[in-house]
Design a protein around this ligand. Sequence first.
Ligand SMILES: [Zn+2]
Length: 147
Amino acid sequence: MIKYRVLILFFVIPLSVLSQAKKDFFRDLTAKEKNVIVNKGTEYPNTGKYNKHFEKGTYHCKACDSPLYKSNSKFESNCGWPSFDDEIKNAITRHPDYKLGYKRVEICCAKCGGHLGHVFEGENFTEKNVRHCVNSISLIFKPEKKN
Ligand SMILES: [Zn+2]
């Protein structure tokens, strides 16, 4: 019996530590940010800070600061949200989403699980044929350092 208790502790403790750590990433977000990043909301089109933003640098996760997209993968899709045709390797996770009654693919930050937006394929916007449609409010831009 004792053996089982020890085993259970081994499984339960890391899980609770992990979910606690994720909650901490979201603790300092504003209500508006939480609505998108935690509750998977969507900002209104053409309202986001980075929709028409084309400086050189990196877009990081607003919640946990993990680097997600390089500016050279950003393109103008005129869809009303920042669009990227590639992510930084292993920075993003994909999840099927049927909330609107058909399948979309939700994208989240791989580190903290924060909601970013959705990814679409086959629209022929760029050669890579992928569009990450990302809420500006989920991102924080860091300009390239000039030496
Ligand atoms: Zn994150």
